[in-house]
Design a protein around this ligand. Structure first.
Ligand code: WTA
Length: 669
């Protein structure tokens, strides 16, 4: 790994990338899409006659209680797809397989985190029939506890099958789930409850992480006590908390509010007909970072989202009935929604779900799981691949990985070195790599190779999926020539696109539909090469991509400023070998506060507590002042250079006090 992986450097190094990997003949012959010509033909049809294309796909792929009457209605920025139709996501993922040969096939293969004493992890297998039964039972628990169509339900669980069961049960009764990653803090949970107005939290006593117990229920208790400045509870809409027993640690049960999952099951039947929901019925809200301090509740709806998740799973991973597919993401992120739960199950695919970390108890955990279950398709993140490279080839080499046939990545640009390593060491040189570009907002994969069709080049997500029309444009919204950098936009609406930001239509319009007229603005920088391949170069707003997680700098800044010692804070990214970007914080203290090592550690923990461990700063630097323009704007460009240890270049004439910069650069410790 000689080159740095920061977006700016990637841009440079990628320009020199000339290696091309064509699909193997034997692979292409069996694939859903068998040639590049076939892909081009289908893609051209899909964007020339989108309504015809999507109507056919929606009819073919989904099971409807009532067929839709209109394919698409568009009044920017509001889209409606497949109106008039009625369906249910859980019946598309489960009920539809019950009368088929798949009924007793494994839907979920769950592998628990290994115990500290080195014993292998627990294992649970749920067939489609069993999963259906559990979902029906839990859907009845939801109803029994007052949940109705349209109610919001927070899911804050570890990576256990019950996370998928809870999600599917919500969809069965028409409740809108909002999954919160188990690594988020009590404050983050409270903020999301407040924003979504949720009625219920589904959580567990705890979750296992590298041998330790994450006290999920305790965090929920804390979240439910948080009040605003006026002493008003942020979470007053919560009526019930359902608690799954996982770690058996002692927890507090609040009579009348908290109920045990296993006890509730004793009262319900396993019969629960699926609600017949409108195509545009809200399906879930998933919070993600934006460039302001407030997380955005990205809203997805029923039919369009499901169609996107299902079609992309099928074509991008070339899924077949005999596959054992494993997506290593957490269900708390969109990748877990679309590619652990909804996409694969809607295709009748057997899906592996793993509770723990890739290096617990040893760095070969993933390879052990692949060999154990004969995993055929692996979908993971560049940040994980870079960590594996660092840990060394000996770990994967210990295991038989010959079952693998397709490899995927998502979350950030993959640097060509990591791509080549993944291809050679994990894929044995024979597996195509699908580098998939998409976002929480897009719901499903947008730019991607198709493994039997697209010639691959390391480092690029290649070409658009069916029905997707991306373009690279300048500030005026005009397409730029090939090999020129610009903003990535999507020209045409697509079924799985977000329908809004929960409770904030203005922000929805301003964030996505105002930057480039008539197009969806992705927030990513990009260029197309001579063959039209899209090379993503990273975010162009103030959102960082740390280990594949989108973190808004403004969020971290407001967390820092909420500490009583901090006067002002600015957060920027620095290229990082493993994580892609690392978080560097510049902090000025209130008068009388001492800049000590202890305070540094305290501030890191404070951010961890406010937002969650994913947002813990890598570096905190104290200064007397932050570099500002005369109009008072913090000069982030300069701070980025300071953070990466670069010499300060460019225009500093608008800077108020040059001595500030000198101090920041030496403020290392
Ligand atoms: C980045 C994750 C390059 C990008 C599914 C995007 C990527 C953001 C890729 C969305 C990729 C994701 N190549 N960059 N293959 N995949 N990104 O919402 O900046 O967590 O805008 O969704 O991740 O992150 P999100």
């Amino acid at each position: 790994m000689s080159k740095s992986v920061g977006p700016a450097n990637n841009f440079e190094s990628l320009l020199k990338e000339t290696r091309v990997f064509k699909p193997a003949k034997e692979f292409a012959a069996k694939a859903h899409i068998k040639s590049f010509a076939q892909y081009q033909r289908m893609w051209t049809e899909s964007v020339k006659q989108p309504e015809k294309f999507w109507a056919k796909q929606a009819t073919q792929e989904l099971v409807w209680f009532k067929p839709f009457t209109k394919v698409f209605q568009w009044k920017e920025p509001n889209a409606k797809w497949f109106t008039g139709g009625k369906l249910n996501v859980s019946s598309n993922c489960l009920d539809r397989w019950l009368d088929t040969d798949l009924a007793n096939k494994a839907a979920l293969i769950w592998e628990g985190e290994p115990a500290t004493d080195g014993k292998p992890g627990e294992e649970r297998v749920l067939t489609f029939k069993q999963l259906h039964r559990e979902v029906c039972r839990f859907a009845n628990v939801l109803k029994r506890n007052g949940i109705q169509k349209g109610d919001r339900v927070i899911i804050y669980l570890p990576m256990v099958p019950e996370a998928a069961i809870a999600m599917l049960a919500c969809t069965r009764v028409g409740a809108v789930h909002s999954v919160i990653f188990g690594g988020f803090s009590a404050q983050s949970v409270a903020d999301r409850i407040q924003d979504s107005g949720a009625k219920m939290v589904i959580t567990a006593d705890g979750g296992y992480r590298r041998g330790a117990v994450v006290p999920l229920k305790k965090n929920v208790d804390e979240a439910l006590r948080i009040t605003d400045a006026k002493g008003v509870s942020l979470t007053q809409t919560i009526q019930k908390v359902v608690v799954l027993r996982r770690t058996w640690n002692e927890i507090h049960i609040e009579e009348g509010r908290d109920v045990w999952w296993h006890r509730e099951l004793e009262y319900v039947s396993s019969h629960c007909p699926a609600e017949k929901l409108d195509s545009e019925a809200p399906l879930f809200i998933l919070y993600t970072s934006g460039s302001t301090g407030k997380p955005k509740g990205i809203l997805h709806t029923t039919a369009g989202y499901l169609l996107g998740a299902k079609m992309t799973s099928k074509y991008v991973f070339d899924l077949r009935p005999e596959d054992v597919y494993w997506c290593t993401a957490d269900v708390g992120w969109v990748t877990g929604h679309s590619y652990i739960v909804y996409g694969p199950l809607a295709n009748g695919t057997t899906c592996v779900m793993y509770e723990g970390a890739p290096n617990w108890p040893e760095p070969d955990r993933f390879w052990r799981i692949i060999a154990k279950y004969g995993v055929t398709v692996l979908y993971t993140a560049p940040t994980a691949i870079r960590a594996f490279m660092k840990w060394g080839e000996e770990w994967p080499n210990k295991h038989d990985l010959s079952s693998l046939r397709v490899l995927g990545t998502v979350g950030e640009p993959i640097n060509p070195e990591a791509w080549m390593w993944y291809h050679r060491v994990i894929g044995g040189g024979r597996c195509p790599i699908v580098d998939t570009w998409w976002q929480t907002e897009t719901g499903s994969i947008m730019i991607t190779p198709l493994p039997g069709a697209t010639p691959l080049k390391p480092g690029t997500a290649t070409l658009p999926f069916f029905g997707i029309l991306p373009e690279v444009v300048d500030d005026a919204g005009k397409a730029v020539p090939r090999n020129t950098g610009g903003k990535l936009v999507i020209r045409k609406p697509w079924p799985s696109m977000l329908r809004g930001i929960w409770g904030d239509p203005e922000r929805f319009k301003a964030t996505y539909w105002s930057e480039v007229k008539g197009s969806y603005f992705t927030g990513d920088g990009c260029r197309q090469d001579k063959d039209g391949y899209f090379w993503i170069v990273g975010r162009i707003d103030d959102v960082l991509n740390v280990a594949g997680h989108r973190i808004g700098t403004a969020e971290v800044e407001s967390a820092l400023v909420s500490h009583p010692s901090v006067a002002e804070a600015a957060v920027v990214g620095r290229p990082d070998e493993l994580k892609g970007q690392a978080l560097v914080c510049f902090v000025t203290l209130k008068t009388g506060q001492a800049a000590t090592h202890e305070l540094k550690a305290e501030l890191r923990n404070h951010v961890g507590k406010e937002i969650g461990p994913v947002a813990k700063p890598d570096d905190v630097r104290f200064a007397d002042a932050l570099p500002k323009t005369r109009s008072g704007k913090i000069m982030r460009r300069l701070l980025k250079q300071v953070a990466s240890g670069m010499e300060i270049k460019g225009d500093t004439t608008t800077l108020e006090d040059l001595s500030v910069l000198a101090q920041l650069a030496t403020a290392e410790d």
